[in-house]
Design a protein. Structure first.
Lengths: 160, 770
């Protein structure tokens, strides 16, 4: 393998100076090198979305990006959502609407929706389904995820 | 007078599990790492059927960073993986070794294991292992002639036979006979978290520890200990967060044993995390069966007998479930109906595909499809309304408990309680059935391809024979419930806490529920067969009652008050006859009882629940579908599930179980299918080929939770709720598609793919009179 590269991953506002092989995926770097295991790996081929993080504000499948490609970019993961004990509107909505069972896909859904609602706060209900169809959940049958996300979108709009 | 007691059972309280999971603080298998750990990568067979001629590992072993490469010779001392359930004599030769010995029997079979300093390196090295083989013809159809599995052993491993009554005489005397050829495709649980196992040997204590356990940690602990020649008490299994189970996760697989053996051999922790391709070819598949089912009926459509012969495509080996799935299919096929004579013969056939095990509603998704197709065929044959055909055959409440004269999972099938017709009425009233049918008929007349289908079923739950729970209160008043049950994400911490809260008199949010840790409790049966709420729930109630009695007896002495005037309310022992009487918190009592010198010191109690019989919830599914004639696609316009589970501990969680189950059922009905080419090469090895439904495909589901028939088998009347959502989807959607096409009996095979549906549409067009 070619030599390792020195890069800096800025995750949730904190710099992590790490040394990685060029082939190391962003999700492995976040989990193993930065120690943030809230981002999960579900398929490693970009379909399930369990590894979704925000890179410079947009949702990215961290299994399809190399860590070196994220050098210097602002990365946000599920660990960065809550401030202290205070959950975000979306996190609370997932709990209130029973939008998770095993919880494995949840961080990916939270990051996907967080990114989308920040960019498109007025997104329509049907478009939201298209967005949610980017990620896979095996437990819930999606209905409570849809309810949680719609409720959070409404609450965020009302509070804006 | 003390304040009113808060009740938690029956309320949709928020889950205790959620906060770590929404904040990224969960601890799933892959999140566990230990210093100095090795990473294991499994080299898998690329052949469906072959004889190994040579296995070359030297190049892989020479790669810097590779610690070792194991083949069968390195694990020759480890016996094959044993059966956990439904053992039948003579099946032992069909068990799987942890690494293939001389024959390769499916693509994905573990052949070698590479241990290296990093997961990337291990994967690099695994690619350098070469296998030279002599290819053998693969056996891919369970319906064909059996072949030789090994010397003198047939690929027909067993025939599961169940029945009662004079079936042949019933068919001779029948007014009519309906006969169907039906098939269910190969699909499986496919949880979002792949499997994982991390083992380490704590040498100072000589303790072998396995992390990433799930479902049945105690059984797996005992089995691993035996396989590795250790005492059970020197092996401990720990369950972390579990990313979905659905039957497949937590069974003992080769990889679990390999990491344990390696951790012992190398004196270093060993970590294995499955990738998705591996998961789709190595973790249990399920469901694939082909049935020839016949029903003998009288002139009114009453069933006189059912005779079902089926082939169960087991895949390459018999795993931990042995013949559980075909056994359940045969035992549960009669469903909610009176079947005076019955015969089932399930031929368990080995094929060169991934081995099969259980998947949510195992054997019942399959046999409900068969039975309800038969009921629809009976209705069509006699020109009866399908609902009326069902009504004429339903077991009446007055016949409960109803002895089936069948057994499964070591227990006799005795339907414990139920008002099947009552639930049918409720469902139809909810839907406004006549008006709905009228609207659909109008739309069909206007050229739309729409229809409704209904299916009924009986589920099983609460498999015994026993469960044990221990509850303790510490000096700060914190309540801990320890159970040998397991969590697969279904919400057992919350449900168990709710049951404990009511029986003990504390807030459910102050209860910590510990599960899946073999070092915390000696006995545990785990989580499967919708057993936890029933078995662990009742054991929890008993333990909490015992603890409450102990607390009150001790408080009576300390407070100088009569015990019958004391109650526990919100964690405090109070007098029921005085508003401002003396009281004590449970924490104060725990401190007073600590070291009191009695044999059972401290504020703690055990609860055991024994049950020889299962509890049988029952339900009705209704699907309304629209078929797209151009694409062959099926859209679910409406879906209703009515489910009677005796007593609903947390309706929100039950609703979640049902809705999630419906989508899994729908996946196996319309989308998911593990297909193979003629060489036995699996064609569905990514999520681009194996089609898990997304939010776009997922229908809204109306869930009607009923408590009309509490189980007489436990004090709370509980029946399990985990599998009714999946059970009847294939049956209901098949009936709805038939109705949409105006072609009774059109659907004979699941999944109903667009290709199959377009074929049915061609048949409608070529035969417009039907």
């Amino acid at each position: 393998m070619s030599g390792k590269r020195d890069i800096v991953l800025n995750v949730n506002g904190r710099d992590h100076a790490i040394r990685v092989e060029p082939r190391r995926t962003l999700v492995d770097a976040i989990r193993e090198d930065c120690g943030l295991t809230g981002t999960h790996i579900g398929c490693e081929h970009g379909v399930c979305g369990a590894c979704t993080v925000l890179v410079d504000g947009g949702p990215v499948r961290a299994c399809l990006m190399f860590a070196v490609q994220a050098d210097g970019k602002a990365i946000r993961t599920v660990e960065g959502l809550a401030s202290g004990d205070e959950l975000t509107v979306l996190q609370r909505a997932f709990m209130e609407h029973h939008g998770l069972q095993c919880g494995f896909c949840t961080p990916g859904f939270l990051m996907l929706v967080t990114g989308v609602l920040e960019r498109e706060p007025d997104i329509g209900d049907d478009e939201l389904i298209d967005v949610l169809a980017s990620n896979l959940c095996r437990c819930t049958g999606y209905q409570n995820i849809i309810k949680a996300v719609r409720a959070a979108a409404r609450e965020l709009r009302a509070g804006a | 007078m003390a304040g009113a007691k808060q009740r938690f059972i029956g309320r949709s309280v928020q889950r205790l599990e959620d906060r770590p999971l929404v904040t990224g603080a969960g601890r799933f298998a892959a999140d566990i790492s230990f210093p100095d750990q090795l990473h294991m990568r499994v080299v898998r067979s690329a052949y469906a059927h072959a004889r190994i001629l040579a296995l070359r590992t030297d190049e892989a072993a020479a790669l810097p960073g590779v610690h070792a490469v194991w083949t069968a010779a390195d694990v020759a001392h480890i016996p094959p993986i044993d059966f956990r359930l439904t053992k039948v004599a003579g099946l032992e030769p069909y068990r799987q070794h942890v690494l293939a010995t001389d024959r390769l029997r499916y693509v994905g079979e573990p052949v070698a294991a590479v241990f290296a300093e990093s997961a990337y390196l291990a994967e690099d090295a695994a690619e350098l292992v070469t296998i030279e083989v002599e290819e053998l013809p693969p056996l891919l159809d369970a319906r064909g002639e059996p072949q030789e599995f090994a010397d003198g052993l047939s690929t027909e491993a067993a025939v599961v036979r169940k029945g009662y009554g004079d079936v042949d005489e019933a068919f001779r005397a029948a007014h009519a006979v309906v006969e169907l050829d039906l098939a269910i495709g190969r699909h499986s649980g496919v949880p979002m978290e792949t499997r994982g196992a991390i083992a380490r040997h704590d040498r100072p204590r000589d303790l072998l520890e396995l992390f990433g356990a799930a479902k049945v940690p105690h059984w797996n602990r005992d089995r691993i200990a035996r396989m590795l020649g250790r005492e059970a008490s020197s092996v401990q299994l720990y369950e972390g967060h579990v990313g979905g189970g659905f039957g497949v996760r937590g069974e003992l697989y080769p990889e679990d044993v390999l990491v344990c053996a390696a951790a012992l051999a190398f004196a270093r922790p060993v970590k294995w995390i499955e990738d998705r391709r591996e998961h789709l070819i190595a973790t249990n598949h399920s469901r694939q069966q082909a049935h020839r089912a016949r029903a003998a009926i009288d002139a009114d459509g009453r069933i006189l007998a059912i005779d079902d012969a089926f082939f169960h495509d087991q895949g390459a080996y018999l795993r931990t479930h042995a013949v559980t799935v075909p056994d359940l299919a045969a035992a549960m096929l009669p469903g909610p109906y009176r079947v005076p004579a019955y015969r089932a013969a399930g031929r368990v056939r080995l094929t060169n595909k991934t081995p099969c095990g259980t998947y949510r509603a195992p054997g019942r998704f399959e046999s409900t499809f068969v039975r309800e197709r038969l009921l629809d065929a009976i209705a069509a044959r006699l020109n009866l309304d399908p609902i009326e055909a069902r009504r004429r055959n339903l077991i009446a409440p007055s016949e409960m408990p109803y002895r089936r004269n069948l057994d499964t999972l070591g227990t006799e099938v005795v339907l414990d309680s139920g008002d099947y017709a009552g639930l049918l009425d409720k469902t139809l009233a909810h839907l406004g059935w006549p008006a709905l049918q009228q609207r659909l008929a109008q739309r069909r007349a206007a050229g739309e391809c729409v229809g409704a289908g209904l299916a009924m079923f009986v589920e099983k739950s609460g498999l015994g024979p026993r469960d044990n729970v221990r509850i303790s209160v510490d000096g700060d008043g914190a309540v801990e419930v320890v159970t040998g049950a397991a969590s697969v994400g279904q919400g057992i911490e919350t449900a168990v806490a709710q049951i404990c809260a009511d029986a003990l008199g504390v807030d459910y949010a102050n209860i910590r529920v510990v599960h899946g840790q073999t070092d915390r409790i000696d006995f545990g049966m785990g989580a499967f067969a919708s057993r936890v709420t029933v078995m662990t729930g009742e054991a929890t109630r008993i333990a909490a009652e015992n603890l409450r009695a102990k607390a009150i007896a001790a408080a009576a002495e300390l407070l100088q008050a009569p015990a019958e005037r004391l109650d526990v309310i919100d964690g405090r022992v109070v007098r029921t006859d005085q508003t401002d009487g003396p009281s004590m918190t449970l924490g104060e009592l725990a401190r007073a009882l600590a070291g009191s010198g009695e044999t059972n010191t401290g504020l703690c109690a055990d609860g055991w629940f024994h049950s020889d019989h299962m509890a049988y919830p029952y339900g009705v599914h209704v699907a309304v579908v629209a078929v797209d004639r151009a694409t062959g696609g099926v859209a679910i316009e409406r879906y209703v599930v009515a489910y009677d589970i005796g007593r609903a501990v947390n309706p929100m969680l039950i609703d979640g179980q049902i809705v999630g189950g419906v989508l899994q059922g729908l996946a196996g009905t319309l989308y998911e299918d593990f297909r193979y080419d003629e060489r036995g090469e699996p064609l569905c090895v990514t999520f681009a080929d194996y089609l898990l439904p997304t939010a776009r495909e997922a229908p809204a589901v109306d869930v009607i939770i009923c408590e009309d028939a509490p189980s007489p088998l436990n004090a709370l009347g509980l029946k399990g709720a985990g599998e009714g959502g999946a059970n009847a989807v294939g049956a209901a959607v098949a009936a709805a598609i038939d109705a949409a096409l105006g072609l009774p009996g059109a659907v004979t095979e699941l999944p109903v793919t667009p290709q199959r549906l377009r074929e049915m549409l061609r048949r409608t067009r070529s035969n417009p009179s039907s």
